[in-house]
Design a protein around this ligand. Structure first.
Ligand SMILES: Cc1cc2nc3c(=O)[nH]c(=O)nc-3n(C[C@H](O)[C@H](O)[C@H](O)COP(=O)(O)OP(=O)(O)OC[C@H]3O[C@@H](n4cnc5c(N)ncnc54)[C@H](O)[C@@H]3O)c2cc1C
Length: 412
């Protein structure tokens, strides 16, 4: 059993990578494997599934913008429902932001509408002293932003790869990458320094599956596969939790939007980073916070949400700013991981040996997923640049203007 390309991981980045590789090179004999029983059961399923093109780093903005444009094309032009709603991102800042700040983001504007109808915009002095938060000073809305459904997105790419003849094996956990010399002497301890070596196979509990090229889309589990072969994954896992919350006040506002006609309340980010993502299907918000300090980098197979995290880190913010949360209750909760690029939050997409590693999506793999797949296909052919859906170009290495990764290829 030998394949031209084996993609490990069938989350959103594995699916888009397989899709663009097979689309560009239809003759490739390709296999996608995943340890789960079906596709997108990892962090893709745990996601808040929101998208935006508001990023401080231009490269991230380019990757997100192009992906959003493609998803919009699928939904609007091809009638493929991705559950995409352009409800916008509403950023509430407790500091002043000027027009220059907003001018960097073409789809954003400072909000001058009266927010005090919806939020407590004034924070009293006592609270300011205790909580290090302040009254809302600036509000900005990014309109090229909203929510999407990762299962519908994944289903699209999955159907396409199946139709194109990509083979898929679920319930297939890769235990090991088989690093071997090109010309083996069958001597213990191979490969030696002077032997040209590459990944020859993946080892699963049932079999070894051989391939010429491998694409690792295993998110936070990448380190476990790369460490034994001495390749640095560069990623750090950070636990992320979501609490679904509803209340009479939330039910009243969830299908209203003062800023556009999407009919859904905007994804709202409060001072301190706490966010409320609308989930109109359950008349609720998904609430969360990408906490940095005091959150370690440990990784568990099935992380549990911590109710006290909601009580002490998230709820006090809503108590102060968002009256709709009065008498609210948690109706569901779950936890997953960001595969973190702790340097500049860009996805890692780099070549090492006969392999491309995709990771470090840092909470943005859904909104940048389509661009990531295109970058992988271009990298497979060792192209220096990638043409994204909307005609934007991104450089695949350091040398260019807008590079797609901070990690240089491992040249061996
Ligand atoms: C709480 C939370 C909120 C988020 N919010 C957003 C958001 O609003 N917007 C956004 O764009 N992104 C968000 N993200 C990030 C987004 O979910 C990820 O960037 C994205 O899902 C990564 O996709 P992936 O395919 O790389 O990883 P995954 O979906 O995790 O897929 C990796 C796959 O690899 C498989 N696998 C792993 N190891 C092995 C092995 N050894 N053998 C076989 N298979 C293996 C797993 O089963 C899994 O299916 C969020 C993430 C979390 C956790």
């Amino acid at each position: 059993m030998k394949y031209d390309v084996i993609v490990i991981g069938a989350g959103i980045t594995g699916l888009t990578s397989a899709y663009y590789m097979k689309k560009r090179y239809p003759d490739l004999k390709m296999l996608v494997v995943d340890k789960a029983g079906t596709f997108s059961q990892g962090n893709t399923a745990k996601s808040a599934a929101a998208f935006r093109d508001f990023f401080s780093l231009r490269e991230n903005q380019i990757m997100a913008q192009a992906s959003i444009d493609f998803y919009k094309h699928l939904q609007n032009d091809l009638n493929i429902d991705l559950g995409m709603k352009f409800c916008g991102y509403l950023f509430l800042f407790d500091s002043e932001k000027d027009k220059d700040f907003v001018s960097k983001y073409p789809n954003s504007r400072i909000v001058y509408e009266d927010l005090s109808k919806i939020f407590h915009t004034e924070i009293n002095n006592e609270t300011k002293k205790i909580m290090d938060i302040d009254s809302i000073k600036t509000a900005i809305i990014d309109s090229n932003a909203g929510i999407i459904e990762p299962d519908l997105m994944s289903q699209y790419y999955y159907n396409e790869i199946i139709q194109m003849g990509v083979e898929v094996k679920f319930n297939t956990e890769v235990k090991k990458l088989g690093l071997e010399p090109e010309n083996s002497m069958d001597y213990p301890g191979e490969p030696f320094n002077w032997q040209k070596s590459s990944i020859k196979y993946i080892e699963t509990p049932r079999e070894k599956i051989y391939g010429d090229f491998f694409v690792l889309c295993t998110d936070v589990w990448t380190t476990a596969l790369l460490d034994p072969v001495g390749i640095d994954s560069h990623l750090r896992p950070k636990k992320r939790q979501i609490f679904q919350v509803t209340s009479p006040g939330i039910r009243e506002i969830i299908n209203k939007n003062e800023f556009n006609d999407s009919g859904v309340f905007p994804f709202t980010i409060f001072p301190s980073g706490v966010y409320a993502r609308p989930y109109p299907q359950a008349s609720a918000f998904w609430t969360s916070l990408a906490d940095e300090v005091n959150r370690d980098f440990s990784l568990m197979e099935n992380p549990e949400p911590e109710p006290e995290f909601y009580t002490y880190n998230i709820k006090p913010i809503f108590d102060n700013y968002f009256p709709a949360f009065e008498n609210s209750k948690i109706t569901s909760s779950w936890a997953g991981y960001y595969s973190y690029n702790t340097l500049d939050y860009m996805p890692y997409i780099f070549n090492a040996l006969n392999m491309i590693v995709v990771s470090g999506t840092t909470g943005g793999g859904i909104m940048k997923g389509d661009s990531i797949g295109r970058i992988v296909a271009a990298r497979y052919n060792r192209e220096k640049t990638t043409d994204l859906y909307n005609g934007e170009k991104i450089y695949n290495t350091y040398n260019g203007k807008y590079r797609a990764t901070v990690i240089e290829d491992m040249v061996l």
